[in-house]
Design a protein around this ligand. Structure first.
Ligand SMILES: Nc1nc2c(c(=O)[nH]1)N[C@H]1C(S)=C(S)[C@@H](COP(=O)(O)OP(=O)(O)OC[C@H]3O[C@@H](n4cnc5c(=O)[nH]c(N)nc54)[C@H](O)[C@@H]3O)O[C@H]1N2
Ligand SMILES: Nc1nc2c(c(=O)[nH]1)N[C@H]1C(S)=C(S)[C@@H](COP(=O)(O)OP(=O)(O)OC[C@H]3O[C@@H](n4cnc5c(=O)[nH]c(N)nc54)[C@H](O)[C@@H]3O)O[C@H]1N2
Ligand code: SF4
Ligand SMILES: [Mo]
Length: 695
């Protein structure tokens, strides 16, 4: 008899409800759960991969130890013993910093991992703590911290009620939304248009989201800060600044007025490629709209001025009174409020990276500095690495160089489910149970959702024979490292239950569990100034630390604008609906169809270069070169080329299906760890200078 199982998909930020039919331990079908009040039956093709991950023969289930010519399965005890002994020995000899940690993206999609990784970090106490945050959303945290007092107090666009959605550098139709958990994004965007609202998009590529927008404009990569400053300028010039109730607790409006004086739309036109009249019109329409919200994502945070961009996005919402207002940018009141147990405060520059002197933020250093920390000799050198849920060889700038660095480590342990480009360098791999074998409650994406919701999904299947949960692995390592092994690992459910009981809605794990399709706790509600974490409970509209970075932007103006002849193109990334960073390429259902790892070249540039569609080209940068087919299109701005990340599995020793290993090359062999958003430390993937030549 087939049975039904309901859960949230945890593969991306949209947390769609799934209805899974299963029989005798096998998945029969995966569909959207129409009774999930948040996702209303929506899913994307990636959900089907949950079945394939569950059944995947290449997925690891027992610990592996590297041998001279391959891998040997070992017991958990042996794996823990050796890992702990090696980490202890190296830290005892060379200091705490000799062991580095890198945590990747899936760790925020698993509440057990999320609630347990802190314990391992505490046990290791290393200054060399890295994560995918610094190749992704670090500028959002930085701006939230500087303006609202807490790095996790990130405003979410209230798209169900807005009438003017200004989007820069995000492609929710491919990504399903980010720092904006909004399942069924297509219909939510359609609804904006149906109620007479507008969606305005700025992106160097005419993306899938451009098709859903009311208007799209090309913008030169990494020039967004000039565009946003010109919008601020116009709001002041046209008397459209009206903070409404925010005026009572906001500082810095006059500073922003002064700053923005020089940044006219006319000045922004040659820098951004967006006509001054268009910038002015967008600003005026935004300022006049009853409910408007400005939102900028990856394209803005992974560029040289990521911190300035996210600050200006917030500032535009504040200046027009749209922050903390329905239809604007709002804060959630989550049922499990991770902010309640944390603090903002002094979390910047408490230490610096040894080699490049980059400041710490939120206890982390920029991952672009990791290879240097391993390769540069001297006291404090990184000798060992712990990775968890991450594939930095494919996902961080200068991945090829990091790979060479990994070969130099004395010891590496990876908590991961595959032997991939990163984990193949490990001495020991500790494989967790994953996907349908784990329970789920979304601690992070409920914090970033466009409605307040809560949903608990039990595991569908028991952990594969031999596998442990991520939380078990993390807690066991931590406890053995600190000599507290008599305390066994504790399932994260107890903490969840506790947090839910203390939360605003007085829920409990039992109450949430009793609603298998999830609970809708209502639309977002105004919560300021109470929710602010600044000491004075005021919004800092012009924080000194961010304003100080404008000097770097001004210096950019003085540089010659003519791109160097050697590398005439600006490289940007792109996401495809059926990819998930580097790690779902083993799922056959997602790999069907045409090759997605291509370089997009504009029709104009292709003519100049004499390129044919699908022709193999060599794309080179200061740091490396890769070869891949060109895809010629009028949907990308001339002078810009685009390559997706997460490919490049052809490296020796990677244990993935043949289709995955054949599928493309790694764009991060071209990206540059030396170029950062110097304010926040985030990697600058956008605008890497490259050349393109026929092979
Ligand atoms: N050029 C360029 N680079 C980029 C980006 C870009 O746009 N352009 N995007 C960046 C962004 S936004 C991000 S978030 C990063 C992602 O960077 P990473 O987090 O480093 O990489 P992922 O590809 O997400 O790798 C996830 C790893 O976790 C493993 N895994 C999957 N499920 C589990 C699990 O349940 N438990 C454990 N322990 N492991 C698991 C997978 O096998 C895989 O090795 O990439 C960044 N890199
Ligand atoms: N299908 C799928 N979904 C995913 C992921 C995935 O790999 N695949 N990854 C998940 C993760 S980890 C994340 S962080 C989110 C990211 O979610 P999004 O930010 O929505 O994802 P991207 O597709 O990277 O969108 C970035 C957009 O910025 C544009 N861009 C690049 N440079 C610039 C610039 O300088 N200025 C402007 N204005 N635009 C620019 C790019 O052309 C691109 O369209 O997606 C998540 N969802
Ligand atoms: S949109 Fe994201 S959460 Fe929804 S089914 Fe696809 S991968 Fe899963
Ligand atoms: Mo990400």
């Amino acid at each position: 008899m087939a049975e039904f199982h309901y859960r949230s998909c945890n593969l991306c930020e949209a947390i769609c409800g799934l209805e899974i039919t299963h029989e005798n331990g096998r998945v029969r079908s995966i569909r959207g759960d129409r009774r999930d009040p948040f996702s209303r039956g929506h899913i994307c093709p990636k959900a089907l991969a949950l079945k394939e991950i569950y059944e995947d023969e290449n997925r690891l289930r027992r610990p592996l130890r590297r041998t001279g010519d391959g891998w040997r399965e070992i017991s958990w005890d042996e794996a823990f013993d050796e890992t702990v002994a090696r980490l202890r020995e190296i830290q005892a000899r060379d200091g705490r910093g000799a062991v580095a940690v890198y945590q990747g993206n899936p760790s925020v999609h698993n509440f057990g991992t999320l609630l347990s990784s802190g314990e391992l970090l505490k046990a290791l106490q290393t200054p060399n703590n890295f994560s995918a945050t610094s190749v992704d959303q670090l500028p959002h945290h930085f701006a939230a911290w500087a303006m609202f007092g807490h790095p996790l107090l990130i405003p979410v666009p209230d798209i169900d009620r807005t009438n003017f959605f200004l989007i820069l550098g995000a492609n929710p139709l491919a990504s399903n939304g980010s720092l904006m958990t909004a399942p069924d994004i297509v219909n939510r965007l359609e609804a904006i248009k149906r109620r007479g609202g507008r969606i305005v998009l700025l992106d160097p590529r005419r993306t899938e989201t451009a098709r859903a927008a009311t208007e799209h404009h090309f913008i030169d990569p990494s020039s967004d800060a000039f565009f946003l400053l010109a919008v601020v300028h116009t709001l002041f010039a046209e008397n459209l600044v009206d903070l409404d109730r925010l005026a009572g607790f906001t500082d810095g409006v006059e500073i922003l007025r002064e700053i923005s004086k020089a940044y006219t739309p006319a000045a922004a036109e040659p820098l951004t490629g967006v006509p001054a009249a268009v910038i002015r019109r967008i600003a005026v329409e935004f300022g006049r709209a009853e409910r408007a919200v400005c939102y900028g994502r990856m394209g803005l945070s992974t560029q040289k001025f990521g911190g300035l961009c996210q600050w200006l996005v917030n500032a535009i919402n504040v200046l027009t009174g749209n922050l903390d207002r329905a239809g604007g940018a709002m804060f959630t009141t989550p049922a499990y409020d991770i902010l309640a147990a944390t603090k903002g405060g002094a979390i910047y520059d408490r230490w610096r990276s040894r080699v490049r002197g980059l400041p710490e933020f939120m206890g982390e250093l920029p991952v672009a500095a990791l290879a240097d920390e391993i390769l540069t000799e001297g006291a404090g050198q990184v000798r060992a690495l712990v990775t968890s849920c991450g594939n930095p060889v494919l996902s961080t700038p200068g991945g090829a160089r990091l790979e060479r660095a990994l070969e130099k480590l004395e010891f590496m342990v990876a908590i991961d489910i595959y032997v991939n480009e990163t984990t193949r360098h490990a001495d020991i791999i500790l494989p967790p149970a994953t996907g349908l074998e784990v329970s789920h409650y979304d601690v992070i994406f409920n914090l970033l959702a466009i409605r307040n919701t809560a949903k608990y999904s039990p595991a569908l299947f028991p952990a594969a024979d031999g596998a442990r949960y991520d939380w078990e692995i993390l807690q066991t390592l931590a406890r053995r490292l600190t000599g507290k092994e008599e305390m066994g690992p504790v399932a994260p459910e107890a903490r969840l239950d506790f947090g839910l009981k203390f939360g605003k809605y007085g829920l409990s794990l039992d109450k949430v569990r009793a609603a298998p399709h999830g609970l809708d706790l209502g639309a977002l509600e105004p919560s300021l100034p109470e929710r602010l974490f600044t000491a004075d409970k005021r919004i800092a509209l012009a924080p000194e630390i961010i304003v100080g970075d404008l000097g770097r932007l001004a210096a950019e103006l003085k540089k010659t604008t003519a791109p160097a002849d050697e590398f005439p193109f600006a490289l940007i990334g792109r996401r495809h609906l059926r990819d998930c960073n580097s790690w779902l390429h083993n799922a056959e259902v997602l790999m069907k169809g045409k090759n997605r790892c291509t370089v997009l070249v504009s029709t104009t540039d292709a003519e100049k270069l004499n390129l044919r569609d699908k022709q193999l080209v060599r794309v080179a940068s200061r740091t490396g070169a890769i070869e891949l087919p060109a895809e010629i299109t009028d949907r990308i701005a001339p002078g810009v080329v685009s390559i997706p990340h997460g490919y490049g599995h052809a490296r020796a020793g990677v244990r993935l299906a043949t289709a995955a290993r054949r599928a493309g090359v790694s764009v991060n062999d071209l990206t540059d760890p030396e170029t950062l958003d110097e304010l926040t430390g985030n990697a600058a993937f956008s605008s890497v200078r490259v050349s393109v030549k026929a092979v």
